[in-house]
Write a new protein. Structure first.
Length: 512
């Protein structure tokens, strides 16, 4: 990887505090990669090279999580139809979103689902088997009239739970297709008890699954070193790409300009940041050194190889994602539970929005994380609540009441397309998901596509890449420090900038 030092180019401000851990349990501690930044918690794609595009349904017709309005097959009858019209539901069903909730020995238990598949095998005659866990195969029968497969009740099997031998008693399980137009998406629900020598649990699982989501590799634009963390990616209307990195290759802003990689602006050691670029090419960002309680927490302008402070943020804040509106106002996520707003040419950032949907839940994972503006709303991911939230921008510029858009999905950063879909990264997990306006979630890329630690996403804005989604990764730097079952690999791969044509253009930046 040849890197040149950029002598003179307009840069901008940075956001900081990456999503070190979106998980609700099993996150790395202070001694793990990222130096304690753990305060932050595919469709059938045909993507090869520049001309690739994902074969992804963004309409969500007939959807509604758990509603199963469309019938994939079967006659309208009160009898269970298992013999003729059962659909082809065998394969690897991978979660794009989902949670396991309940209690274990009197303590609340919560854990997100990873992209590891639930494997369904066809047994013939409408009979299936779902591998719920290693050593736990659940027989299921397809009901053509109702449009879902239900599992055997009171099934008991032996499994391993958090390193201990355990037994599972399944009391309910169903795999319900979203509708006849989306027979490769389903909602899995399960109720079960789990007991071991040290724990007794009552658990509920709910997940939005995609059938055979991968593999479909994304194109590699640039490769960095193992141990690098590409926290942010931003684009400009000239076709250049802008990245922030923390790691051995250099901490600061990098740019891909006319196909060459340059190191444009150095930051202080340990700094994390996110970037946004307005229509004039001005680059703004957040900047934070999360391990230093006395270190900078700032909104910045990156220009001429230097980062200039625009506004200082409170010392108890954790600035993260950043967005700009058409009036030049900046909106920044504070991962402790707030959104800040800096008016154009202002010097003081005010708390613009806060409240229960923006709160950072106990456990140390980040609250508001990525930020985008679309159709009169500020969108943000709340990693600690595994949710997407939007806040309306009222006519006087103040914040309206926050609204829940999607839940159960572990999102770090995201980009929005012209249709209002969110293309989101799930760092430190290994998925890229599509979140539709109705809140339904589809897995589009995962570790099978060599997507390890996707941290940020941005649509191209140049003349030739407006339908291209760029994704920056950390090469599983943080994911490698998770504990099973959240850890999908202990290996740390090179960080990378990836691209894939998703067939729909990104929404305008600045947003309005």
């Amino acid at each position: 990887m040849a890197i040149r030092t950029l002598k003179s180019m307009d840069l901008a401000r940075l956001p900081a505090l990456a999503l070190a851990c979106v998980a609700l349990t099993g996150c790395p501690g202070d001694d793990d990669p990222g130096g304690g930044e753990g305060t932050e918690t595919g469709s059938d794609t045909g993507s090869e090279g520049d001309s690739s595009s994902t074969d992804t349904d963004t309409t969500g017709e007939g959807e509604g999580e758990g509603e199963g309005e469309g019938e994939s097959s079967g006659e309208e009858t009160s009898e269970t139809d298992t013999s003729v019209d059962s659909p082809m539901i065998a394969g690897d069903w991978q979660p794009g979103a989902g949670l396991i909730l309940g209690s274990c020995s009197g303590e609340a238990y919560a854990q997100p689902l990873t992209t590891d598949a639930f494997v369904v095998e066809a047994l013939g005659g409408g009979e299936y088997s779902l591998a719920f866990a290693e050593g736990c195969e659940v027989p299921m029968t397809w009901d053509g009239a109702l449009g879902f497969a239900s599992g055997e009740l009171a099934l008991e099997c032996a499994v391993e739970f958090e390193g201990e031998a355990a037994s599972v008693t399944m009391t309910a399980l169903s795999l319900e297709l979203r509708g006849e137009d989306l027979d490769d998406e389903a909602v899995l629900t399960a109720s079960y008890a789990m007991s071991s020598a040290i724990l007794d649990c009552e658990l509920e699982l709910s997940g939005q699954l995609t059938l055979d989501a991968g593999p479909a590799p994304l194109e590699v634009v640039e490769t960095f070193a193992a141990g690098d963390f590409l926290e942010s990616v931003a684009t400009d209307d000239q076709g250049s790409l802008w990245l922030t990195n923390r790691g051995p290759t250099g901490t600061g802003v990098f740019t891909v300009f006319e196909g060459e990689l340059f190191f444009a602006t150095p930051f202080v050691e340990g700094a994390l940041s996110n970037l946004v670029i307005d229509e004039l090419g001005d680059i703004y960002g957040t900047l934070v050194v999360p391990e230093d309680p006395e270190g900078p927490r700032e909104l910045i302008l990156v220009e001429g190889g230097q980062a200039t402070t625009l506004a200082e943020l409170p010392q108890d804040s954790r600035p993260n994602g950043i967005a700009v509106d058409t009036s030049g106002n900046l909106y920044a996520a504070d991962s402790t539970g707030r959104l800040f707003r800096l008016e154009f040419e202002g010097a003081f950032a005010e708390v613009w929005a806060e409240g229960s949907l923006l709160d950072q839940k106990a456990g140390g994972f980040p609250g508001p994380n990525g930020v985008e503006i679309f159709d009169g709303y500020v969108y943000t991911s709340n990693s600690s609540q595994l949710s997407i939230v939007r806040v309306p921008i009222l006519d006087d510029g103040t914040a309206g009441e926050a609204e829940l858009v999607a839940s159960g999905v572990a999102v770090d950063d995201f980009a929005i397309d012209v249709e209002g879909n969110l293309w989101a990264t799930t760092h430190p997990f290994n998925g890229v998901v599509l979140i539709r306006p109705d809140g339904s979630v589809r897995l589009v890329h995962d570790k099978l596509d060599e997507v390890w630690g996707p941290a940020a996403a941005a649509f191209g804005r140049g003349p030739d890449d407006q339908t291209v989604l760029y994704v920056s990764t950390d090469g599983n730097l943080f994911g490698s420090a998770l504990t099973p079952p959240l850890q999908q690999s202990a290996d740390i791969m090179p960080a990378a900038l990836l691209r894939v044509d998703v067939g729909v253009a990104g929404a305008a930046i600045p947003g309005e």
